[in-house]
Ligand binder design. Structure first.
Ligand SMILES: Nc1ncnc2c1ncn2[C@@H]1O[C@H](COP(=O)(O)OP(=O)(O)OP(=O)(O)O)[C@@H](O)[C@H]1O
Length: 215
């Protein structure tokens, strides 16, 4: 594999909570595509996403696009990866608009495109209300919208299919397809199968025994 076509490479990545090891990945390299991250409850999928996103401390190194290192270029590294949590939580007094402006101002990206996604996901109707008033599906839609801000090379979606309505699900599949066609890589966890009629998966990543294997 040519190093320039790798999106992300993990080298000797280890993660423990207190003294309990959760991940021990000697090596993993992904080329652009759409990956389904699978594993039993507690296997370490969310931990793996948080590590890949540079959100929690870990041992080892992760390199994006062959030259952006989690150790040497932490800010540039984090700008290239977006992560949508399985159960997003935001400060309750902020509105969706406040969060969206924060993301757009710090991460950049195409405002017009984000406005269109917001409309398609039906977020416009509640974006000016405080997030404390949101249902779980409304929070989920906002977190998905935020995951498409900026100019990421990798978008990590943790259980994106749960709680959103059928129309939003169709929009999400459309978005993943169109961003993927533009070269953005996706890692998606889902206990439910990703609809093969909607997405062609490049590979599955199985998290088990603290390791990840690509099939
Ligand atoms: N903040 C934490 N402190 C201590 N242990 C943690 C913490 N977060 C996760 N763990 C442990 O790490 C392991 C992996 O958890 P993780 O949430 O990554 O699994 P998962 O594969 O995403 O699970 P699920 O499918 O249930 O969401 C579990 O044993 C869990 O108890």
């Amino acid at each position: 594999m040519n190093i320039t076509e790798t999106v992300i490479a993990l080298h000797a990545v280890k993660k423990s909570y207190q003294d309990t090891p959760v991940l021990d990945i000697a090596s993993l390299t992904l080329i652009p595509g759409i990956y389904w991250l699978q594993g039993e409850n507690g296997a370490g999928k969310t931990t793996c996403m948080k590590v890949m996103a540079g959100l929690i401390p870990f041992k080892g190194e992760i390199v994006l696009k062959g030259n952006v290192s989690s150790r040497q270029h932490p800010v540039a590294f984090r700008r290239l990866i977006n992560y949508a949590e399985a159960e997003p939580l935001y400060p309750s007094f902020l509105t969706g608009r406040d969060l969206l402006e924060l993301y757009l101002n710090t991460k950049g990206g195409d405002r017009q495109q984000i406005a269109e996604i917001s409309t398609k996901l039906g977020i416009d109707t509640f974006v000016n209300n405080p997030v404390s008033s949101y249902s779980s599906g409304m929070l989920k839609k906002l977190s998905l919208l935020l995951a498409f801000t900026g100019n990421p090379v990798l978008i990590l979606l943790d259980e994106p299919l749960i709680t959103i309505d059928v129309q939003a699900l169709r929009t999400l599949y459309d978005l993943i397809r169109s961003y993927s066609a533009k070269g953005v890589t996706f890692c998606i966890t889902s206990h439910q199968p990703l609809d093969p009629a909607e997405l062609t998966v490049t590979g599955t990543l199985k998290v088990a025994h603290k390791n990840i294997t690509l099939n």
